[in-house]
Each structure stands twice: as C-alpha cells, then as structure tokens.
Ligand binder design. Structure first.
Ligand code: 2IT
Length: 444
C-alpha cells in the first residue's frame, strides 16, 4: 500500500479535515503490512474506496428559541460504510461538531461495529447545536427540527442512529417521537430509546461497562487485577458514569472526573451516591464539574486535565484528542499500567505511539468503547423480535462480546515479544472483516 501517497491525496481532497485525516492515518499505518499480503484488495482499490464515506447528507436546521429568536444550525448524517450491515452510529450535538468530526467518527464506527461481531455498518451524524444552557423546550424543538430533515435518510434496515455526546435518552425520545410521526412506522429505527418504548436494559450503562470489561481483560493478559487500582476518568457524562459504576463494583478506585471547566480529584474514591450525583451534574445542562468539588469538599483543578495525577489506570471518557503526548509522558512517568480509550480517539496519535513504544497496556477506542454500539445492536435484535431481554441477559451478551473483541485484538495484535499491540489488533481485525465483505460484494 502506498500509504503516504494515499494520505496526501486525501488531504488534498479534504484540506483541513484534521480529525478525519488523523483517524485514517492511524488505521492505514497499522494495517499496511496485512494489506500488502492481500493483492486482491489492491486490485479493487479497496483502501481508496474504504476511506471515503458512501454519502453525506448536510442540512440546515432552523428553530425558534424561548425568546422567540430564530436559530440556525447545521445538521449532518454521514453514511460511511454498509458492507456488513445497515449504517449504525450515534448523533453528536456539540458546538465543536464539524464535518471532519463526523467523518472521523463514521470511519472509526465502521471498524468498531465490525469488531462487535454483529452485522452493523458504520455511520455518524449530528449538529453544531450546543445543548449547554438550553431549556427542555428548546432541546425538544431543536430535536424535532433536526428530525424533519434526518428522517428521510434512515430506517430500521438502512441506517439506525443513536446517541453520542449531547444526545442521551431525552433527546432520542424527542427525535424518535418526531420520526414516528413522519415515517409512520414503529420498528425501532433509533437505539438508546426509553425502556417503555422499545429501549434495551443496560444500554445507558453499556459503553462504560463494556470499557471496564475490556480493561479487565487487558489487565488479565499481564496477570493483573482491577481490584485496588487507582483510576483517573475524564468526563462526567454517560460514558464516564457507566465506567465509574462498573470500576467501583469490581473493586477499582476512581479518583477523578472532569468537565470542560477542569477536573476534581477525590482521593477517597468516587463511589455510591457520588456516582449518582454525576447524573445530576449532567442533567443540570451546565456542562461543568466544579460543583462536585464544592459538594464533597475535594480539590478542583480549574482548566486542567486529570492526567497529571498519579494513577494505575487512565480512562479518557470525554472527547477526541483529550490526552496528548505531554499527558502521556506524565502518566508514564507516574507509573501508569493501563490506558483505555472509552471516548472515541481520546488520545492523539503521538500519545498512542508513545504508550505503545513504552509497552503500556493501551486499548484503542474502537475496541474499548464498542460495548455501547454492541448493546445498540442488541436493542435492534430485541426490536426485530418484539421482545425484551432482562438486564442479566443483556449484560451477559455484552460481556461476551467484549471478551470476543479482546480475543480478536490479541489474535491480530500479539507481537513476537508477547506484547499485545491492541491498536494494531483492533484495526486489523476490524479492517479484515470489512475488506472481505467489500470484496465479496463487488465494485459498488
Ligand atoms: O461512538 C459510539 O459508538 C456511539 N456513540 C454509540 C453508537 C450507537 O449506535 O449506539
């Protein structure tokens, strides 16, 4: 594969799409060797076809705020790749959302979904709408206006959106309500729905729970246990909440959470009612974590990231590129054992390379956080069968899927010296499945 030539051509075609180019570069570099062993891939220009989304919808979202002012946002749905199943992936509502963000997320999602063992292709969507400080009525009107455009492009067997940053159960409820009115069908085109109307138990917890199941597997590879380990978590939303809950249940001690305003360090551990309080923080819509420090009398580090603390395990759970090379050096100097990206592309490529070079157990997002979308896949199955599984049933399936993803990473990522390069493992395992499916289906 002429990796650098392909990357340069892509950059010329999509200048300035930083996150998208970053995600593509990471994958291409790690699959290069394997790709070169498969001339049948090169013959059908597989990489050139794989790096471009199948199609992108962009639309204007006009809505009226509580003061009666007209607001205009941009909406998107990127249908990246459906070689192995319907497009599947979340919607992100955040001021930072650009087409580059959603293309990177859709690209990652394609491989992540392949890893889940379930038949789902990759997609992503969202808007630059910021839910921060918006009233409930404004959120509802925005979701309805957004759906007015989105609904035309999706369906239970074509494209199944879900939540991501800024889109949780409340938003999916409003979006789904409007979707049903427009589409006139009720087969579960979205996942992350409320339990009363087709949602799955454990879906809210799934990304965090799955992340911890994966981390436990990584530690086991080295004969280690999560029990008694100190853990730095970033973020305080749905993903951070699930991870904190499961880490605590298994005997780990979570000492940090963070927001855009800074991070809190709680040496006694974030457990019990403190974890429930994370949900309150989130529901406040303020997008800050400082009130935690005040409520529990612990230290707040304004404008700082939690990676400066000495911990055994670091789990980015917030947003892309939230841990850079400098942070990675600090963590390693402080003796970190394991880093698991529960956010999508939480670490910069330089940080990832550093962890791998230092032989740290490093789990990439597309493997570590795949439990969320995997449980969305289980929600789709329950909807299609018109049944609902118990928490225990869903959790057991999620756990099994995370174990399987870990095994795939080990299979493709174990180096001759015994070190498991999970980045390579996840990228190669995901790529091979998508590539085989594309080759089998011809040039389309
Ligand atoms: O990044 C992700 O995997 C998600 N936001 C969840 C996607 C989904 O379809 O459940």
């Amino acid at each position: 594969m002429k990796t650098e030539i392909i990357l340069q051509a892509l950059e010329a075609k999509h200048p300035g799409e930083k996150e998208y180019l970053q995600a593509v570069a990471e994958v291409l570099h790690s699959i290069e060797d394997v790709y070169n062993q498969h001339p049948e891939f090169e013959k059908v220009k597989l990489i050139e076809r794989l790096v471009e989304p199948d199609r992108i919808f962009t639309f204007k979202v006009s809505w009226v705020d509580d003061a009666g002012n007209v607001q205009v946002n941009l909406g998107y749905r990127v249908q990246f790749n459906n070689a192995i199943g319907p497009y599947k992936g979340g919607l992100r509502f955040h001021a930072s959302v650009t087409l580059s963000t959603l293309k990177f997320l859709g690209f990652e999602q394609t491989f992540k979904n392949a890893l889940t063992t379930l038949p789902m292709g990759g997609g992503k969507g969202g808007s630059d709408f910021s839910p921060k400080g918006k009233s409930n009525a404004e959120i509802m009107r925005f979701c309805q206006a957004f759906t007015l455009e989105l609904w035309k492009h999706i369906g239970p067997d074509t494209d199944v959106p879900a939540g991501d940053i800024g889109v949780g159960g409340r938003e999916i409820g409003y979006i789904y309500g409007m979707y049903k009115k427009l589409a006139g069908e009720n087969t579960g085109t979205f996942t992350g729905k409320g339990l009363d109307f087709g949602g799955s138990l454990i879906r809210p917890e799934a990304t965090g729970f799955g992340g911890i199941y994966f981390v436990v597997n990584m530690l086991k590879e080295k004969g280690l246990d999560i029990k008694g380990k100190t853990i730095a978590i970033s973020g305080f939303g749905n993903v951070a909440w699930g991870a904190a809950l499961k880490a605590g249940e298994l005997g780990g001690k979570v000492v940090t959470i963070s927001g855009p305003d800074g991070y809190v360090y709680d040496p006694n551990g974030i457990s019990g009612e403190k974890i429930d309080y994370m949900l309150e923080l989130r529901d406040s819509g303020e997008d800050i974590v400082a009130p935690y420090a005040k409520k529990y009398g612990v230290e707040f580090f304004a404008g700082k990231r939690p990676w400066q603390q000495k911990v055994d395990i670091a789990l980015p759970c917030a947003i892309q590129n939230e841990l850079n090379l400098e942070d990675a050096k600090t963590l390693v100097a402080n003796g970190v054992t394991c880093v698991g990206e529960i956010s999508n592309m939480g670490c910069t490529n330089e940080a990832v390379d550093f962890f791998v070079e230092k032989g740290i157990l490093f789990g990439p997002g597309k493997a570590v956080n795949a439990g969320g979308v995997a449980t969305s896949g289980l929600e789709m199955t329950q909807n299609a069968m018109h049944i609902s599984w118990t928490s225990e049933e869903v959790d057991a399936k999620l756990h099994q899927i995370m174990n399987d993803i870990h095994a795939q990473c080990v299979k493709y990522g174990k180096q001759p010296n015994g070190y498991v390069n999970y980045v390579k493992g996840a990228n190669i395992a995901g790529f091979m499945k998508v590539a085989r499916a594309m080759v089998a289906q011809g040039i389309v």
